[in-house]
Design a protein around this ligand. Structure first.
Ligand code: CTP
Length: 409
């Protein structure tokens, strides 16, 4: 049994050398934020800016944020810091990954045709590292067949393209062409540099609370925020799994690669799990499903002073209802407990026919619902697998996946 208390999240880009290319589009204003998040995640960031990019954001800004000299020219004024080496080759060789954000139509065209007429395009041509291209431009330039053909050429060469977002563009047009938010760009970089040990595995994850309606105004719910579920969704996606998440009402965002099914009540969650379980190799029930729901629903608002005595009925236990579909699938449950976590956890593991149960403490401010950390134990039929103490949910998510991995035949 391991017992871990860690406060540092290991990011897949920690200590990785990222060569960050910035080209001359208005979305270059997001480049400093991208650089900052890359740095916060522990990456070592080397910025190359095209001359046009320096009109939108200064090399000094990038230099301060990355704590490294910024490369702007092929032959002159290069603060190489790498004496007697040729910048484009040394940068190309040291990169664990190159990301170009924003990538203009012109730069994409140069990449597609192997044109190397500045430091960035030459480095791109010389590198053997994975490349992520984040196109950003006016919608008509993006949809132009020339740009689309160039992007197809890049895709066919294994270059990752992060599709631009749709919306209002800086040029005044509406449509596809916006550089996704900095967090999304960094997420794509993380995904490419992550371990792919869940590739080909379908994981169904439930997350968040359920809400049980009394009338159009009132409902019963619980304190689950979906943070734990979201952490598992992100970790599973990063590690290459195909993830579907069935979520109750939450305010958080799930990782962009997951398919989301939104439900409200325990009954809806039950139906959605039963519908989607066949395709899943792994089920992780992280949702806090309401145990009780109002026996009836009033379509009309119940007015003050009217009788509002609630008759509650027990919800169907989702895990128990699909026990017979288990076969070789791996079922993981959660047990939210205020006391006796080991005893109650083990009992639920047996009763619900689970491979693993994550029994965690709730009822304290620093752990469980609403918190960013969790304290508890992971139990299997053979005993306690792992203890965790104030562990960030993002890290616990990876620990749970590690336990699942050991069981995947
Ligand atoms: N669960 C479920 N269906 C329900 C209630 C819970 O499948 N109707 C799942 C949860 O998603 C969780 C596990 O069962 O993975 C344990 O949930 P928990 O609320 O801790 O336990 P309960 O079985 O509801 O028992 P109790 O409330 O008495 O602790």
């Amino acid at each position: 049994m391991g017992n871990t208390s860690k406060d540092k999240i290991i990011s897949p880009i920690e200590n990785k050398k990222i060569v960050f290319g910035v080209t001359g589009g208005i979305a270059a204003y997001k480049a400093p934020l991208i650089a900052r998040i890359l740095k916060l995640e522990g990456a070592d960031v080397y910025t190359i800016m095209t001359e046009a990019a320096t009109n939108f954001v200064t090399p000094l800004t990038m230099q301060v944020l990355t704590n490294r000299p910024v490369y702007t020219r092929m032959f002159a004024n290069n603060p190489t810091g790498i004496p007697l080496e040729i910048s484009h080759i040394s940068l190309a060789d040291l990169a664990d990954l190159m990301v170009i954000a924003p990538a203009t139509a012109n730069f994409i065209a140069k990449m597609a045709h192997g044109i190397a007429d500045d430091l960035l395009s030459t480095t791109v041509l010389a590198t053997q590292a994975p490349i992520v291209v984040c196109p950003s431009m006016n919608v008509n330039m993006f949809e132009n067949k020339a740009t689309q053909d160039n992007l197809s050429i890049l895709r066919s060469r294994g270059i990752h393209i992060l599709e631009p977002d749709s919306g209002e563009l800086a040029c005044g047009w509406e449509g596809k062409g916006r550089l996704p938010e900095p967090e999304r760009v960094v997420a794509e970089v993380q995904k490419i540099l992550s371990l792919d040990d869940f590739s080909g595995i379908n994981i169904l994850i439930t997350s968040g609370p359920t809400s049980e309606d009394i009338d159009p105004i009132r409902f019963i719910t619980n304190r689950s925020t979906g943070k734990m579920g979201a952490a598992i969704v992100e970790a599973a996606c990063l590690r290459g799994a195909k993830v579907k998440v069935i979520t109750g009402p939450v305010d958080i965002q799930y990782a962009p690669w997951a398919k989301i099914v939104e439900v409200r009540s325990a009954k809806e969650m039950l139906k959605a799990v039963q519908k989607n379980i066949t395709k899943a190799d792994v089920l992780i029930m992280a949702a806090a499903v309401a145990d009780y729901a109002p026996a009836s629903y009033s379509k009309k608002k119940i007015k003050k002073g009217e009788d509002l005595s609630l008759k509650l009925e027990l919800s169907t236990d989702i895990l128990s209802s699909i026990k017979d579909n288990k076969g070789r699938k791996i079922f993981v449950g959660f047990a939210a407990e205020t006391d006796n976590i080991s005893e109650y956890g083990r009992r639920k593991l047996d009763e619900k026919g689970l491979d693993l149960i994550v029994a965690n403490m709730v009822g304290r401010q620093d752990t469980g619902f609403e918190s960013d950390t969790n304290t508890g134990i992971i139990i299997s039929s053979s005993g306690i697998e792992e203890g965790f103490n104030d562990m960030p949910k993002k890290m616990l998510a990876h620990t749970i996946l590690d336990c699942i991995k050991e069981r995947i035949s």
